[in-house]
Design a binder for this molecule. Structure first.
Ligand code: GAL
Length: 669
């Protein structure tokens, strides 16, 4: 993925909101030059501006902006407008409006408010997309296409229901197969025909877990299908690459599926910086999310949106402290972003986002703190351009799958309302992040090639084929770590018979997980492992190990005291570790993965990484390495480099880096 020789620096630009005062557009260009912007994302939500009445088209705003942008060295990422339909369209074609899960029909309003199936909407969108493609598709200023905006939500109208029934028929072929996959003899929910199936609803079906899973897979497939139609339309006259802006761990769509038709991944990042307890947790979660986004195509990505100063839609919308926006931007680059982009260039005057952070305030001039920080970063990014094309090269992969999370959340059992799968993933990730060892976050069905360590946190849903591939990975010399609740069900969420972990994984780990104990949130179970004492919370599985399974830890309290909670099993040329409990505070995970990383030769890039500091490495094909050293703590940190390195921005040679609070630097290693 390479769009530019520069680090792309820009963001959402909505000149159509200022069409009565076009002198502002010229002022925008002057300010963009001052801010070192080289990109503007145009056209997000501009449907009613482009087609104010049915069949009447007006391209005067993008025409003018393309011209001005080109004169000012600003490239355009052009959005298709499908993220928000015009009012006239909803009025004339009510089928476009969504039906909610409780089967109420929505009235016009907000955005991402369209039915995913409606042929009328698809036709209207394809028409405007083709026109945009014809007009701008070959324009030298056009960098890429931005399809729609943050696809999300679902529609439960009769059209979507019929499409769902078709999807099921294609998937299962016969209704008997569907009944078997969904275990519908339970409570007499057997279907006699595909057409009888209703999507899940709070006023209807919520208990058939196979149905819920298939519905969510259908919503993803339908969204991807909608996106494909848009991609086809913009490709009518253009060969520029296409993307859509994702939202990290958003739960409504399987992003791995959705991203398939796109050329590259981009995403919108709005972390909560400045929490009273400090920023380390936010920094680690954000790092993990960047890694998830990069792993989607195992390729660099764009940070399509971030705020230069604050959001306006969270419960508390605190200002980013000086330096934080720069630090968060460097963090995105550290994990493989090829851009720093903002929402938004200029604050809108009215409506719900008028008080959202922007580069240009309602005040309108450049002498503000935020503009100053943005412009300074823009200037610095020009000096960091050598990083373009380099990328992290992890040997560790964590498994994360949307359908696994859906199945776990739906599961009636364990802690019913919140299984905290994200927390479990973060728990395994943190020790690597703290050590500066980069990780991919991949799907269980993807290739494991190139990794020496796979970590499978709460991989509850695991079909026979995945189990076989995991076994092969270990047999051929890989190391696999899995936690509690491994391989309890297959892809339809039907329980594996013959003991957990199912589908043959018992043999790989040399054990059977016989029972899973769920604790009350405040309860703790004592354990001793690797020669130390630790605490478990939430979940403790009771294991029955095989004779050749090494026991590295045991429970110290509860009726299962003395039984194993941490095991290691040699299998083929590799090894499989099983962690049967949820670590209460991260102390165990830190020690366990430190030891394992040592055994596997996974090295930290620096001899010593102080608390709150993150180190990430990007490498390019020429063998050059760039080290990002980022201080998320609120104190100065001295970081010994172990040898001499140079600051990328100015070539200064250093053997120790002194970082102020929220400071960060990029080094040539
Ligand atoms: C994003 C969205 C933008 C803007 C932004 C505000 O989710 O794509 O259009 O609403 O949030 O933070």
């Amino acid at each position: 993925m390479k769009l530019s020789d520069k680090i792309i620096f820009g963001g959402d630009y909505n000149p159509e909101q200022w069409r009565e005062t076009p002198e502002i557009w010229d002022e925008d260009m002057r300010l963009m030059r001052l801010a070192h912007w080289n990109e503007a994302t145009l056209g997000v939500f501009s449907f009613a501006e482009l087609e104010p009445e049915e069949g009447v088209f007006d391209f005067s705003v993008p025409d003018a902006i393309f011209e001005k942008a080109e004169q000012n060295g600003v490239k355009i990422i052009l959005s298709t407008p499908s993220g928000a339909m015009p009012r006239w369209m909803a009025e004339k074609y009510p089928e476009i409006l969504r039906t909610l899960d409780d089967r109420r029909k929505a009235v016009y309003g907000r955005r991402e408010n369209h039915c995913l199936t409606s042929p009328v909407y698809r036709e209207k969108v394809a028409e405007i997309d083709r026109k945009l493609s014809e007009r701008y598709g070959k324009n030298p200023a056009l960098l890429a296409w931005h399809i729609s905006n943050e696809f999300n939500g679902e529609c439960h109208c009769p059209l979507c229901r019929a499409a769902f029934c078709d999807f099921l028929e294609k998937k299962y072929g016969t209704v008997d197969r569907l009944n078997a996959a969904w275990w519908t003899r339970f409570w007499s929910h057997r279907a006699n025909a595909f057409s009888e199936i209703e999507p899940p609803s709070p006023i209807g079906e919520t208990c058939v877990h196979g149905l819920t899973l298939d519905w969510k897979r259908f919503v993803t497939a339908q969204t991807a299908d909608f996106a494909r139609a848009e991609i086809e339309a913009v490709r009518a006259f253009s060969d520029r690459p296409v993307t859509t802006n994702l939202m990290g761990f958003y739960q409504g769509l399987d992003y791995r599926e959705l991203s398939k038709p796109f050329d590259f991944v981009s995403w919108d990042n709005y972390p909560v910086w400045g929490k009273p307890e400090g920023d380390e947790g936010t920094a680690a979660w954000t790092a993990l999310t960047h890694d998830l986004m990069r792993s989607m195509k195992r390729e660099n990505f764009l940070l399509m949106e971030s705020t230069p100063s604050h959001t306006n839609w969270k419960d508390v919308n605190k200002l980013y402290r000086p330096g934080m926006m720069r630090l968060a931007s460097l963090q995105a680059l550290a994990h493989g972003s090829e851009s720093v982009q903002y929402f938004q260039w200029r604050k809108s005057r009215g409506s719900s986002e008028k008080m959202h952070g922007a580069v240009v305030d309602h005040y309108g001039k450049e002498d503000t703190r935020v503009f100053g920080e943005v412009a300074a970063l823009g200037e610095e990014l020009e000096k960091l351009a050598p990083i373009v094309g380099s990328t992290p090269r992890p040997r560790v992969a964590l498994l994360y799958d949307w359908d696994n999370v859906w199945a776990l959340q739906d599961l009636q059992g364990m802690q019913k309302k919140n299984k905290q799968v994200g927390g479990a993933l973060l728990r395994q990730y943190l020790p690597f992040w703290r050590a500066g060892i980069s990780c991919d976050v991949i799907g269980r069905r993807e290739s494991y090639e190139g990794y020496s360590l796979l970590v499978a946190p709460m991989t509850y849903l695991c079909e026979a084929e995945t189990a076989k591939r995991l076994a092969a990975f270990v047999r051929e010399g890989g190391t696999l770590v899995a936690t509690y609740a491994l391989a309890q069900t297959d892809e339809n969420d039907l329980c594996h018979l013959g003991g957990f972990p199912g589908a043959g994984l018992s043999e790989v780990f040399g054990l059977r997980a016989e029972e899973l104990d769920t604790l009350y949130p405040e309860e703790r179970v004592k354990i001793s492992a690797l020669g130390e004492s630790y605490l478990a919370k939430d979940y403790c599985e009771i294991l029955k190990p095989e004779a050749d399974t090494e026991i590295l830890g045991v429970y110290e309290s509860e009726f299962y005291a003395g039984t194993p909670c941490l095991t290691s099993h040699a299998y083929g040329k590799g090894r499989a570790y099983y962690i049967a409990f949820r670590d209460a505070d991260g102390a165990f995970s830190g020690a366990f993965y430190r030891r394992l990383a040592g055994e596997l030769g996974l090295e930290s890039p620096l001899p010593e990484i102080p608390a709150g500091v993150s180190v990430q490495v990007r490498e390019n094909e020429k063998g050059e390495a760039f080290l990002f050293v980022l201080n998320f703590s609120r104190e100065e940190r001295r970081v010994p480099l172990g040898r001499e390195m140079t600051l990328l921005k100015n070539g200064e040679a250093l053997s120790e880096l002194v970082l102020p609070p929220y400071g960060g630097e990029v080094l040539r290693a």
